[in-house]
Design a protein around this ligand. Structure first.
Ligand SMILES: Cc1cc2nc3c(=O)[nH]c(=O)nc-3n(C[C@H](O)[C@H](O)[C@H](O)COP(=O)(O)O)c2cc1C
Length: 397
């Protein structure tokens, strides 16, 4: 996903089998709440151990899902719900090498095999819809400038097919282009339906296009999409309305990252804009809301900006899903206390395809090896070769 926030991962040499973060989870009785079923809009999840969206960069040329991706998602079907890796809604919106898209018929065909495999294995899967905005490097656009809320440049470097390159200036979307942009989301949502998903999640987090409109350090517009919080949430609302027209409100969700800097997007008053966003989400009645909100000691985008979940929960009354740096014990505690209804696990699902079973049995969690190299590198290694528990013990025996 090209996250450029502050990271504090222990770097290990390639192929190291040294422990990165082995945790032994507490036994079964400690995690009863995590294994209570939950209704996420129209989706019945049998447990609250959900899989967070994870870009893995393994698609075929043309941004087409392939057999390796089918296997990866099939292995993780025991998650209460899988939220897929961020998936480009259009050529304009996708700037990550070998990430998948959902604008072409070929991509839809590829995704059909993924959803079929997950459903055959008893799982549920929603597609995360992604427009990267200014994070798309012109190399993906035949040299054209990327689009954003305003003419700004993301800090840092882009991953491009030609290596790492500094981001280039984006151009502001014109007012007359907004209906076309919303149509692109609508087309992607229709394709997601054809591909057999159980719903869609709007990627409104991590400094991508929707976030670039939300925050006042990347949105300097003077029209109805800029200025007040009500104006800055307008694009989010319009896109959600279109997704709901395709899917119904119960099968549409959103991910936000309301605290802190994400790839250069930040806000002078997060409570004002995310409070307004929560009011829209409540009014629209989306199926669930997911927040990625690291704390000051987070290992993925650590920030001192206060977490906004209490504010959002006080306004949006549907299921609230929290993320970042969760252990099973902390997830259990936060659900039991009513802070949230479910938790998404990201990195733990990379190396533990059967994470719910491991948590339930109190088994050791396998660490991510080759971190972070294997996250995005091509090929099966570090992707579909993490064994499930039974296979792991058989190997050991
Ligand atoms: C390899 C990798 C890829 C990611 N890709 C996405 C993505 O496609 N969409 C998204 O919203 N977040 C993405 N994230 C963020 C994760 O969903 C999650 O917020 C982060 O890993 C923190 O959760 P964790 O502590 O459980 O790992 C990614 C994170 C990692 C490590």
């Amino acid at each position: 996903m090209g996250f450029k926030g502050k990271r504090s991962f222990p770097r290990r040499p390639c192929n190291s089998t040294a422990t990165v973060s082995i945790q032994r989870e507490s036994p079964l009785t400690m995690h009863e709440t995590l294994f209570q079923p939950i209704r996420l809009g129209a989706i019945d999840a049998p447990n609250r151990v959900l899989m967070a969206p994870l870009t893995r960069g393994r698609a075929d040329p043309g941004f087409v899902p392939n057999a390796m991706m089918v296997e990866y998602y099939r292995q993780r079907a025991s998650a209460g719900l899988i939220i897929t890796e961020a998936t480009g809604i259009s050529v304009e919106g996708l700037g990550w090498p070998s990430a998948p898209g959902i604008w072409s018929d070929e991509q839809v065909e590829g995704w059909k095999d993924v959803t079929q495999a997950v459903h055959d294995a008893g799982g549920r899967i929603v597609l995360q819809l992604w427009h990267m905005g200014r994070i798309v490097h012109p190399d993906f656009l035949d040299g054209a400038a990327p689009v954003s809320s305003s003419a700004t440049t993301a800090p840092g470097n882009a991953h491009t097919p030609n290596g790492s390159k500094p981001f280039e200036p984006a151009r502001a979307l014109r007012l007359d282009e907004m209906p076309r942009l919303v149509d692109d989301y609508g087309h992607a949502a229709e394709n997601a339906k054809k591909a057999g998903f159980d719903g869609v999640q709007l990627h409104g987090a991590n400094g991508y296009l929707i976030d670039q409109f939300l925050r006042d350090n990347s949105n300097f517009r003077t029209d109805e999409y800029g200025g007040s919080p009500a104006n800055r949430v307008r694009l989010m609302r319009e896109v959600l309305e279109r997704l709901i027209a395709v899917w119904g409100k119960d099968r549409v969700s959103i991910r936000l990252s309301p605290n802190g800097d994400s790839q250069g997007t930040d806000d002078s008053n997060p409570g004002a804009v995310f409070g307004e966003a929560a009011r829209v989400l409540q009014e629209l009645g989306v199926g669930f809301v997911e927040l990625r909100q690291p704390g000051p000691n987070g290992t993925f985008g650590a920030t001192d900006v206060p977490q906004q979940d209490a504010l959002i929960r006080s306004i949006y009354t549907g299921p609230l899903v929290l993320n970042s740096d969760y252990t099973a014990d902390q997830a259990e505690a936060d659900i039991a206390s009513g802070r949230c209804d479910a938790v998404t696990f990201g990195r733990p699902f990379i190396s533990n395809p059967d994470l719910p079973a491991r948590i339930r049995s109190g088994a050791e969690l396998a660490p991510n090896v080759n971190v972070p190299k294997s996250w995005y590198m091509p090929g099966a290694a570090g992707y579909i070769d993490y064994p499930a528990m039974a296979a792991a013990s058989a190997d050991a025996g």
